[in-house]
Write a protein that binds this ligand. Structure first.
Ligand code: ZN
Length: 154
């Protein structure tokens, strides 16, 4: 029994293939998408603690300090020494720009964060498309019931 078992959250792993060919694994922690491409079984409490610090660091990189927009994105990357990156960030809402130095691990998380954001956008488009398809099918079924569609329609 690990002394910190009480800190373990409900987790669920979902794996999705997107039309773009991107295959992602999303780990949901307490119902919130949390991290991708990571086996939940390999996470220990040390990792969880550094994950919390990582999330805070990610917030600093993705939330605009000027206008509070959560859409801040890296526009340029350059290697800095052996294990760090110099990242230029831009806020699309207020055009605030900034440059920051981050270490490799955080750079990787930032990349995953943006891949995940992209994947979530793709997912919501898929859901929208399938909602529309369902509505089409419902309309078609209603038309069939009312004999509004006859063999000559085909
Ligand atoms: Zn801003």
């Amino acid at each position: 029994m690990r002394p910190d078992d009480h800190e373990i959250h409900d987790t669920a792993l979902s794996s999705i293939s997107l039309p773009s060919g991107l295959r992602i694994e999303i780990l949901y922690v307490d119902g919130e998408p949390f991290a991708m491409n990571e086996e939940p079984g390999t996470r220990d409490e040390t990792a969880a603690r550094s994950d919390a610090e990582m999330l805070e660091a990610l917030d600093n990189l993705t939330i605009c300090g000027s206008c509070g927009s959560p859409l801040v994105q890296p526009v340029d990357w350059a290697g800095h020494g052996a294990d760090a990156w110099r990242v230029e960030l831009r806020c699309p809402e207020c055009e605030e720009r900034g440059t920051t130095l981050i270490e490799d691990g955080l750079a990787e998380q930032l990349t995953l964060f943006h891949e995940r954001a992209r994947a979530l956008v793709e997912l919501s488009m898929i859901r929208l498309a399938s909602d529309n398809a369902e509505q089409e099918i419902e309309r078609f079924a209603r038309a069939l019931q009312r004999d509004l569609i006859v063999p000559e329609d085909f």
